[in-house]
Design a protein around this ligand. Structure first.
Ligand SMILES: Nc1ncnc2c1ncn2[C@@H]1O[C@H](COP(=O)(O)OP(=O)(O)OP(=O)(O)O)[C@@H](O)[C@H]1O
Ligand SMILES: [Mg+2]
Length: 338
C-alpha cells in the first residue's frame, strides 16, 4: 500500500469518521484521524505505536496484525469503556478503530435497573395477593367482616398491579412512537379545560380548588390528543395529590403563549415542594420522593416519566421548579402548529 499519510483521499476518509481511527504499519503509526488526535492527543511525531498506545492488550492485538475486536477500559480516561477493532487492510497495514462504549454501557445499566425495579414493583402487590388468598383458602372459621376485608385487599393490590402494567404499556407505546411526529391539530385550550374537568372530582375529595388561567386565542398544537390529555392529567393529578393540603387549598393551571412559536402549560401548587436532591431523578421510572405516601395514594412512580416522554415526542420541553416550603411549578413548552 502506498503511504496513506500522503494520500489525501485516505486522510480525508478517516478524518470523516467520528470514531478515533489510526493506521499502523508494523510498529509505526502512519495516520491519525481528527477524532484520535482530539480524544487521545495522538501525534505523528511520536510515530512509534508503543509510545502512543500503552494498553498491553490493545498493543498486542495491533502488533499481531490480525483481525481482532476487544472491549477494554483504561484507554485514555481511566474508567471509560472502548471497543477496539483491529482490521488488517493489506499485508503490512492495520486499521485500528476505537468505539466509545460509555453511552451503550449507561443504556444497558438503565435497562437492567428498569427490569429489576419493574419486577420489584409488581412482586410486592403479588406477594400480598398470594398471602391473603392463601389465608382465605385455609381459614374456614374466618368471620365475615375479616373475609370481606381480605377480599378487598386482594382487589386493591390487583388493581395496583393493573395500573403498573397499564402505565408501562403506555410508556412503551410512547417510546415506540418516539420518532413519529404526531400530526393531528389539537385545540390545546379545550384539551386543558377537559383535563381540569376530569380532575374536578379528585380535587373535591381533597378539598382542593383548581384555578385555571387560559389566555384567549391560544393557537392549536400538533399532537396526539390522548397523550397530551394524559400529560396534563398526570401533572394536575400530582399537584392535587402532593401539592394540596391544609394551608394550600388551591392549584393553578395556566396556558400562555411563550415566545413566537411556543405554548406554555404550567401547573403550579403551593404545597410542601420537593427537595433539590430529588429534582433530577423525578422523571426516572418508579422514582418517588416518599414511596409510602405515593403508594398509599395509588401512585406508581411512572407519571412524570410518561410526561417526559410525551413532551419529548411532541418536541416539547419539560421543566420542574420546586422548593421546600414554597411549592412546585411544572411547565411544558410545546411548539405551535404551523
Ligand atoms: N406537585 C408535586 N409536589 C410535590 N411532590 C411531587 C409533585 N409532583 C410529583 N411529586 C413527587 O414526585 C414523585 C413522582 O411523581 P410521578 O407522577 O412520577 O409518580 P406518582 O405520582 O408517585 O405515581 P403515578 O403518577 O404513576 O400515579 C411523586 O411520588 C411525588 O413524591
Ligand atoms: Mg403522578
Amino acid at each position: 500500500m502506498t503511504t496513506p499519510m500522503f494520500n489525501p483521499l485516505v486522510a480525508a476518509l478517516i478524518d470523516a469518521l467520528a470514531d478515533p481511527v489510526i493506521l499502523v504499519e508494523g510498529q509505526r503509526l502512519m495516520a491519525i484521524n481528527r477524532a484520535a488526535r482530539d480524544q487521545f492527543g495522538f501525534r505523528l511525531a511520536n510515530s512509534d505505536i508503543r509510545l502512543a498506545i500503552r494498553h498491553p492488550r490493545v498493543l498486542a492485538a495491533i502488533t499481531a496484525a490480525e483481525r481482532a475486536s476487544l472491549e477494554v477500559e483504561g484507554l485514555g480516561r481511566a474508567d471509560q469503556p472502548w471497543l477496539v477493532e483491529v482490521t488488517p487492510i493489506d499485508d503490512d497495514v492495520v486499521m485500528v478503530r476505537m468505539i466509545d462504549r460509555a453511552a451503550q454501557r449507561a443504556a444497558e445499566k438503565m435497562r437492567v435497573d428498569f427490569v429489576a425495579n419493574a419486577s420489584h414493583e409488581l412482586r410486592t402487590p403479588l406477594a400480598g395477593i398470594l398471602g391473603y388468598a392463601e389465608t382465605l383458602a385455609e381459614d374456614g372459621a374466618m368471620d365475615e367482616p375479616t373475609r370481606r376485608n381480605f377480599a378487598r385487599t386482594i382487589e386493591s393490590e390487583a388493581k395496583r398491579m393493573l395500573r403498573i402494567v397499564t402505565d408501562l404499556m403506555a410508556l412503551s407505546r410512547i417510546e415506540a412512537d418516539r420518532f413519529v411526529l404526531p400530526r393531528t391539530q389539537i385545540d390545546f385550550a379545550a384539551l386543558i379545560r377537559k383535563a381540569v374537568e376530569d380532575n374536578e372530582a379528585l380535587a373535591e375529595r381533597r378539598a382542593c380548588v383548581i384555578a385555571t388561567d387560559i389566555e384567549p386565542d391560544i393557537p392549536a398544537v400538533r399532537g396526539d390528543e390522548a397523550q397530551l390529555l394524559q400529560l396534563a392529567d398526570n401533572l394536575i393529578g400530582n399537584a392535587i395529590r402532593y401539592g394540596c393540603g391544609e394551608d394550600c387549598e388551591k392549584i393553578t393551571v395556566t396556558v400562555r403563549r411563550s415566545g413566537r412559536d411556543r405554548l406554555r402549560l404550567a401547573v403550579a401548587d403551593k404545597g410542601p415542594g420537593i427537595a433539590p436532591e430529588h429534582l433530577p431523578r423525578l422523571t426516572e421510572r418508579f422514582y418517588r420522593v416518599d414511596a409510602a405516601r405515593s403508594r398509599n395514594s395509588g401512585g406508581t412512580g411512572l407519571g412524570l416519566a410518561i410526561v417526559k416522554h410525551i413532551a419529548e415526542r411532541h418536541r416539547g420541553t419539560l421543566n420542574i421548579a420546586s422548593a421546600l416550603g414554597t411549592g412546585t411549578t411544572i411547565t411544558v413548552d410545546l411548539p405551535i402548529a404551523r
